[in-house]
Write a protein that binds this ligand. Structure first.
Ligand code: ADP
Ligand code: 5GP
Length: 236
């Protein structure tokens, strides 16, 4: 019998539903799965708690974690640092950690050869995706522009993954994710269909960026300062 992978890794563009799915997978079998709490330098959103959603750390502390070899993988996403602490994985014990990370991080996990099941979560269509991203209500228009810009890179990187799940109805999505985890071959959507869907999503993201920019003022200004922030993080 095939042994289960060491970790479940969910990747995909911002707003695809990775966090929601990860939480549902853990809630479905808390004896088998545990959410891997990442470290990040982004500020907590309302309702988020240090140690539950993330370890919220300063940039200096994050750099010290990198220098000390404390992270399995790390990346700059939307202008902030994010990384998976090895300590979070150790705390999982016999349970499988569920990682909600970006494509750069997933590539690093695959390079480590830790035996992960990596699934690319795809929104069902551009309208539903953008509604979910806007509807979450956690981001200003400028930050949505930034997330959409990052998402263009995530969607462009989809072709390097093998397993795709479309997040349409949540119950079905969670069932599909668990089926892949148990070893079912990628079935409901193959790489060619995923590539077509990702191109549609990229077109939708570009149209939404243009719409938000046309709204002007604040979104454009925040977009500009986001780019300056990103340059600062990349340089630091
Ligand atoms: P991500 O972690 O990929 O950025 P989230 O899990 O935060 O995405 O989901 C983005 C928004 O979409 C949230 O408001 C979430 O409740 C909603 N959402 C996620 N999956 C679904 C779904 N299948 N149907 C409807 N809404 C969803
Ligand atoms: P958010 O700020 O919306 O919680 O997450 C932003 C992005 O960072 C998402 O794409 C999420 O998957 C990614 N992310 C969260 N934690 C990690 C991590 O530990 N490593 C990497 N590489 N990306 C992460």
């Amino acid at each position: 019998m095939r042994s289960e992978p060491a970790a479940l890794v969910l990747v995909g563009p911002s707003g695809a539903g990775k966090t929601t799915i990860a939480r549902r997978v853990v809630a479905s079998r808390p004896d088998r799965f545990v959410f891997s709490v990442s470290a990040t330098t982004r500020r907590p959103r309302a309702g988020e708690e240090h140690g539950r959603e993330y370890l919220f750390v300063s940039r200096a502390d994050f750099r010290a974690m990198v220098a000390g070899g404390e992270l399995l993988e790390h990346a700059v996403v939307h202008g902030d640092y994010y990384g998976t602490p090895l300590a979070s994985l150790r705390r999982a014990g016999r349970r499988a950690p569920v990682l909600d990370i970006d494509v750069q991080g997933a590539a690093q996990v695959l390079r480590h050869g830790v035996g992960a099941c990596v699934i690319f979560i795809v929104p069902p269509d551009a309208d539903a995706w953008i509604d979910r991203l806007d509807g979450r209500g956690t981001e200003s228009p400028g930050r949505i522009v930034r997330r959409l810009r990052t998402s263009l890179g995530e969607l462009g990187g989809a072709s390097s993954f093998e397993c795709f799940v479309v997040n349409d109805a949540l119950d079905q999505t969670v069932a599909d994710v668990l089926a892949h985890w148990r070893g079912a071959p990628p079935g409901r959507i193959g790489a060619p269909e995923a590539a077509v869907l990702c191109r549609d999503l990229e077109a939708g993201a570009r149209a939404e960026i243009a719409r938000l920019r046309a709204l002007g003022g604040r979104a454009a200004a925040e977009g500009a300062s986001d780019r300056a922030d990103e340059a600062k993080v990349q340089d630091s």
